[in-house]
Design a protein around this ligand. Structure first.
Ligand code: ADA
Length: 569
């Protein structure tokens, strides 16, 4: 099933399947002429070429081609769930759009043609090049793949004015009061009549709705309203019909807010127990099949988790749909990793962050599972000069969504260079690795560093006037090599990781001032393939509780016992 939104009145072409493929290597993406490309191979879409044996490790430009049979004279609106790194979209040989934001969903408008056979070529470039790709760098601790990561859907647009999305905001979850914002495109009228159908059966006609800046807004009450929560993830659908077009969206009725140190979902405080998760698999890279997405959530649910931090980029809409259905709570964030000052000083870097935040919110707004927005993982938040960048990112989020708390994962916890921008955040979130990147390099099994370090972070946050906010351990963890048992319980052994996570999880459930944890990390994932990987055996980040094939390490049972039983003794 394709992710929401759906377009019941349009002809929809799901373009997943086998496409023609050509790896071109070192050519210029921006002067590429698709007519000159010889397509001599095939690749599955969604798919990344450098996760396949034939193109493993290759960097350069690659082209994917398919033919779509459409109705004569129909315009097209093609949605991409996310590609990487830089993408250009050609239809019938003409450049129609593209995206330079890896992992971001985007859409391309295709003008009508008298021909019914439309040739779609998607060119992607996975080279690191700071001038052209500001959001990815070769030293990020996850492997950056090239290709079409997620769904491609071509819909035929028949009317002059068509619907992009219908954004749903819960005003009152108990009563079912919602605000709908219908985003219109094309020749947008000054006002329009809407037919709104909830849950496929309750229709309401709303006449003469004013359209401001392409948005028609209306407040309604959902019939047979039931609130969404992790325990009862009840979802509603909404179909909005205008003259000539229709969209179906799915949403949940829930409110989320911060009150003192608590995050309240429908006025009930949450304790977030979960993991950071990379969208990654050795065979598929970030283009995970649905079965894997579901399995990942089932594994997390089995451990007693209710929370996923989508580290470190905008999530797949299919994954978020599943989180909605299974009742997971999600922190979604814009792409960010690390600390290179050269990049941070460029306007292009700030602009790309803001653009990705905006795209992320536009794409994921309706998911009840998303309860937190984030950005700039482990950024330069101890340097006053970057305050304007953080302010811009917070303003970008709040300009589009005032209903969800906003945060960023900070690793600036040292007393001497403490984080300076927590006052901007609704939630304090720290990435810390006491007892792994241990202070005491001579100690074997330095578990004793963990709890004092957590307390120290809480104390420092309080001393900086941030003690009355929710506190999340957004990363904490230790690596273990799957199958590596060791009588010393030393670094990299499954035993040490299990003892480490046991210490962390006990503290999390016992400490009422910890609002939540996203342990680092759900499963092992491929990282640098170069010397940056010294300290990353196998060139994997091995801090997964599962390995890359989702085989559980010893820690899985330990985490499960504590998260399921709330055991804190
Ligand atoms: C950082 C980073 C993670 C990962 C982790 C680690 O906190 O945010 O992506 O690299 O360190 O394993 O050291």
């Amino acid at each position: 099933m394709l992710p929401y939104p759906r377009f019941p009145s349009r002809i929809v072409h799901d373009l997943s399947g086998v496409w023609k493929f050509a790896f071109l290597g070192d050519v210029d993406l921006d002067t590429l002429d698709p007519a000159t490309v010889r397509f001599d191979d095939e690749l599955f879409v969604p798919g990344v070429f450098d996760a396949t044996p034939a193109y493993a490790g290759k960097r350069g430009v690659a082209c994917f081609r398919t033919v779509v049979t459409t109705s004569a004279g129909a315009a097209g609106w093609v949605r991409f769930g996310g590609c990487g790194f830089n993408t250009r979209v050609f239809v019938d040989g003409v450049l129609r759009g593209g995206c330079d934001l890896p992992y971001s969903g985007f859409a391309v408008e295709i003008p009508p043609s008298p021909h019914t056979e439309r040739t779609l070529v998607v060119a992607v470039d996975n080279r690191f090049d700071r001038e052209r790709q500001v959001l990815l760098e070769p030293w990020y601790d996850f492997y950056c793949y090239g290709g079409i990561y997620r769904d491609v859907v071509w819909t035929e647009v028949a009317s002059a004015c068509f619907i992009d999305r219908a954004r749903v905001t819960t005003l009152d979850s108990a009563r079912g009061a919602v605000r709908l914002d219908i985003l219109l495109r094309g020749s947008v009228p000054a006002s329009c009549d809407l037919n709104v159908i909830f849950n496929g059966k309750h229709a309401t006609r709303v006449k003469g709705v004013g359209v401001v800046n392409g948005v028609a807004g209306v407040e309604l009450v959902v019939p047979e309203a039931r609130a969404w929560s992790p325990e009862e993830p009840v979802l509603h659908t909404l179909t909005v019909e205008t003259e000539g077009d229709a969209v179906t969206e799915r949403f949940g009725l829930r409110t989320i807010k911060v009150e003192g140190p608590a995050i309240l979902l429908n006025e009930t405080p949450l304790k977030l127990k979960g993991y950071c998760r990379h969208e990654a698999h050795p065979q598929f890279g970030p283009a995970l099949p649905d079965m894997q997405l579901l399995q990942d959530l089932q594994l997390l649910r089995d451990l007693g988790c209710n929370f996923v931090r989508g580290s470190h980029y905008p999530q797949s809409q299919r994954f978020l749909d599943l989180c909605d259905e299974l009742g997971f709570l999600v922190w979604e964030e814009a792409l960010g990793w690390g600390t290179m000052k050269e990049q941070w000083d460029r306007t292009a870097f700030a602009d790309a962050n803001v653009a990705q935040i905006e795209a992320m919110i536009a794409n994921s707004y309706n998911h009840p599972c998303v309860i937190l927005w984030g950005f700039l993982n482990e950024g330069q938040s101890n340097l006053a000069e970057y305050r304007p960048l953080y302010e811009r990112c917070f303003a970008a989020v709040r300009g589009l969504d005032r209903t969800r708390p906003v945060t960023y994962a900070s690793n600036r916890t040292a007393e001497t260079s403490f984080d300076l921008f927590l006052d901007l955040a609704d939630v304090v979130a720290f990435n810390i690795y006491p007892g792994w990147y241990a202070h005491d390099k001579d100690a074997v099994r330095p578990l004793h560093e963990i709890v004092p370090c957590i307390h120290k972070c809480q104390q420092l946050a309080a001393e900086h006037g941030q003690g009355d906010k929710p506190f999340i351990l957004s990363e904490i963890g230790a690596a273990a090599l799957y199958g590596w048992r060791d009588q010393l319980h030393a670094h990299y052994s499954e035993e040490y990781q299990a003892e480490y996570l046991e210490t962390v999880c006990r503290e999390v459930v016992a400490n009422d001032r910890i609002t939540g944890v996203s342990l680092w990390q759900f499963c092992d994932c491929r990282t640098y393939a170069n010397a940056h990987a010294l300290g990353r055996p196998r060139t994997f980040n091995n801090k997964g509780t599962f390995d890359e094939y989702r085989r559980p390490k010893q820690a899985a049972q330990v985490v499960k016992q504590i998260f399921i039983r709330r055991y804190s003794g």
